[in-house]
Ligand binder design. Structure first.
Ligand SMILES: Cc1cc2nc3c(=O)[nH]c(=O)nc-3n(C[C@H](O)[C@H](O)[C@H](O)COP(=O)(O)O)c2cc1C
Length: 441
């Protein structure tokens, strides 16, 4: 098919008036590659330069934290609410250098925070993650006070304002994948009895407040996106019917683009797996929900998950999506969109792991992707078939190195660190990681 005949290359104007040059977006991928002060530096600039010149219409950063004591993983970027933004300005200009719009994804982990981070995990209710023998790797959360809930809302709004100051075209509020805003939506993790829990309207209150305050801080000529689960794909979690109601509530709030995904750490539907795997689409996991919902709301819809071929991307657009998101495939082939212009049937990589332990297999898939991100950040070529074992090992070593850097950062900021590093970890980070060359393998 010629480029001119394909629906994925047509420009699209979002409700705020900003025009995307085409319908293809790089979805958020946490890179775990921030510098020692949790800000973007040379590795992230190199990585994003590949995507900037890869033909995409929109590039969403990996999740950026709104609070430096609440991070999804070591090495994530944190946006400072005061002070210098020079490195963020440089980041946005790299992202925009090929004509794509730059979106910063904002997030708070809530209870999905590794215990090794050693900070107190806040959540709607004091309900820990249920991940079998891996549960103890996550901090036991503390139920948030109303004051803490208001503080988080304020942080999202201020962070969005700072993203705008730093030259980003918009922000995406992460309310999917079991992080804090998604925890508030889910009846499994939110068992509060006050105005933040119980009815769906109460459970959605935090998300809706965040969206309103972000818009109020950033004005109309700025892209405000939300990433939402089309369902948790988990018994007792947010159902597709409830998700539809949340979408209708968001539709009244001037949201520019709604990205639909699904799942969380307990049920990784975003990887096409989990408790209710049979309900997911084969090549575009959430497309049937996106198709149904896009015909009912005015807000443009984007779907992400499992898309690796031009044909599937075209189907998503003809099914009513305004934008198609891709993550893993763009880690392996950052110029996938350019490749599709030359070769219609070029197939992107969808990494898998056939290990029986579902949780570990999911960690391995993430490790394989992050390995490609680090390689690009070091200006190395990506690997099409990385092995499970080496990817996991290298990722573990990298994470230990990043944890120790994060603890140094916390000490510098005078933040309380809950527990000392376990001795074996201290050994690994001081003896093994320092021997790993900084150019990732
Ligand atoms: C290494 C890795 C990191 C991710 N980090 C984020 C993130 O920071 N924010 C987010 O919304 N989704 C994140 N995701 C999920 C992706 O955005 C996407 O929803 C999911 O991978 C499915 O899309 P895909 O099949 O194209 O990879 C991440 C996925 C991977 C593999």
């Amino acid at each position: 098919m010629q480029q001119t005949q394909s629906n994925i290359y047509t420009p699209y104007t979002l409700p705020c008036g900003i025009r995307l040059k085409n319908r293809l977006a790089k979805a958020a991928m946490e890179e775990n590659m921030a510098g020692i002060d949790m800000q973007p530096d040379h590795a992230l600039f190199s990585l994003y330069r590949y995507w900037a010149h890869g033909g995409l219409g929109m590039i969403i950063t990996g999740n950026v934290m709104v609070d430096d004591r609440a991070i999804t993983g070591p090495g994530t970027v944190v946006i400072p609410l005061v002070g210098n933004l020079d490195r963020f300005k440089r980041w946005s200009s790299v992202i925009k250098s090929g004509g794509a719009k730059a979106i910063m994804q904002l997030n708070h982990p809530g209870r999905q925070m590794p215990k090794s981070i050693s900070c107190t995990a806040l959540a709607p209710s004091a309900i820990p993650l249920k991940l079998g023998r891996y549960s103890k790797r996550f901090a036991r959360p503390v139920a948030m006070t109303c004051e803490q809930i208001h503080d988080v809302t304020h942080r999202f709004a201020q962070a969005a304002k700072r993203a705008k100051e730093a030259g980003f075209d918009g922000v995406e509020i992460h309310a999917a994948h079991g992080y804090l805003l998604s925890q508030f939506l889910s009846p499994l993790s939110n068992q509060r009895q006050d105005e933040w829990g119980g009815s769906l309207k109460n459970r959605a209150r935090l998300l809706l407040n965040v969206v309103c305050q972000v818009r109020a801080q950033c004005g109309n000529n700025f892209i405000v996106m939300v990433k939402l689960n089309s369902g948790d794909f988990q018994r007792g979690g947010l159902s597709p019917d409830e998700a539809s109601v949340v979408v209708e509530l968001l539709d009244k709030l001037n949201v520019d683009l709604l990205e639909l995904s699904g799942g969380n750490y307990e049920s990784p539907a975003m990887q096409g797996r989990g408790e209710k795997e049979a309900e997911l689409g084969k090549n575009a996991y959430f497309l049937s929900f996106a198709k149904a919902i896009s015909s009912r709301v005015a807000m443009p819809v984007m779907t992400t998950g499992g898309i690796t071929s031009k044909k599937t991307a075209e189907k998503a657009i003809s099914d009513g999506c305004a934008v198609v998101g891709m993550a893993s495939a763009l880690a392996f082939t950052p110029d996938l969109v350019n490749k599709w212009q030359q070769k219609d049937d070029y197939l992107g990589v969808n990494p898998t792991c056939d290990w029986k332990d579902a949780t570990l297999a999911s960690v391995v898939v993430m490790a394989k992707v992050r390995r490609q991100l680090r390689r690009l950040g070091n200006d190395l070529t990506t690997m099409r078939n990385p092995t499970n074992f080496w990817s996991l090992l290298l990722d573990t070593l990298h994470r230990h190195k990043m944890i120790s850097l994060y603890k140094k950062y916390l000490h510098k900021q005078n933040h309380h660190v809950a527990k000392p590093v376990r001795s074996v970890k201290r050994y690994v980070s001081s003896h093994v990681v320092s021997d790993v060359p900084s150019r990732d393998l």
